[in-house]
Write a protein that binds this ligand. Structure first.
Ligand code: FPP
Length: 245
């Protein structure tokens, strides 16, 4: 009952966007697919499929209803290759299916697709789908959907610094920012982690320096519109000082 009342209140609050500070850029660490499946007596891949379906739900909600401009989703970390081959294969398959579907919808939405990470380790087929998707959507300006694949925050910093060195540029806080994958759309205002763990797991380490962090025990496939509202409401109540008083 209490949950229902809270959810109704949240729906009213979110409907009145003027009363809330809406984060421009939200990063999400989508954790808990495996446990969600195990709780149902299913294999982990079943959870990843449910997690993939939830990506659609949250992307649509965040862009169309809440007014978030950029979403960065942590889909596959540079460390996830160490998972059983069967699970890695299923995640790659789900990504392929997702991007194909995304590209088909391009005409009806105004979302730019961006993929960040070291893509060279992905199959040629997946690389091509990603490159085509980024090219086809590059002039969509309303929203950016940024998917992190074979991504690590430390690796990204190393990549950015090497890029600057190769270009003979000075290494400064700003020059590193401008060489990160996220340079075109900037830093996340809010980072959400589902699944109950209280850590960043190598996600946007440089860009997240002043991001507000929101942790919830809710497993990713169960993280619905109401849960997203809760994160935005909490963000809206935070006082961002960036080290000042
Ligand atoms: C973490 O849950 C989740 C992942 C490693 C993969 C996230 C992938 C998806 C949500 C689906 C594909 C993505 C897109 C963009 C279509 P876990 O497996 O570590 O869960 P656990 O902590 O319960 O074991």
């Amino acid at each position: 009952m209490a949950t229902k009342v809270k959810s109704q209140q949240n729906a009213e609050i979110i409907a009145d966007k003027n009363s809330l500070k809406i984060p421009n850029h939200v990063g999400i660490i989508m954790d808990g697919n495996g446990r969600w499946a195990q709780a149902r007596g299913k294999v982990r891949s079943f959870g990843h499929k449910a997690g993939s379906d939830n990506v659609d739900r949250i992307v649509t909600y965040a862009f169309d209803e809440v007014g978030v401009k950029t979403l960065t989703l942590y889909a596959f970390s540079a460390e996830n290759w160490a998972r059983p081959q069967e699970e890695v294969d299923e995640l790659m398959r789900l990504l392929e299916v997702y991007f194909k579907k995304f590209i088909k919808k391009v005409i009806s939405n105004d979302v730019r697709l961006f993929v960040m990470g070291d893509l060279s380790k992905l199959s040629d087929k997946l690389q091509k789908i990603i490159i085509d998707g980024m090219e086809i959507t590059k002039n969509n300006l309303s929203h950016t959907l940024n998917i992190a694949i074979n991504y690590g925050g430390r690796q990204e910093i190393v990549y950015a610094v090497n890029k600057l060195i190769n270009e003979g540029k000075e290494i400064t806080v700003d020059s590193i920012s401008s060489a990160l994958y996220t340079a075109p759309f900037g830093e996340p205002d809010l980072i959400i982690r589902t699944g109950g763990e209280l850590r960043l797991s190598n996600f946007m380490l440089y860009q997240g320096a002043y991001s507000e962090l929101y942790f919830t025990p809710v497993l990713w496939p169960d993280f619905d519109e109401k849960e997203f509202d809760n994160a935005v409401i909490e963000f809206s109540a935070r006082n961002r000082r960036y080290g000042k008083i």
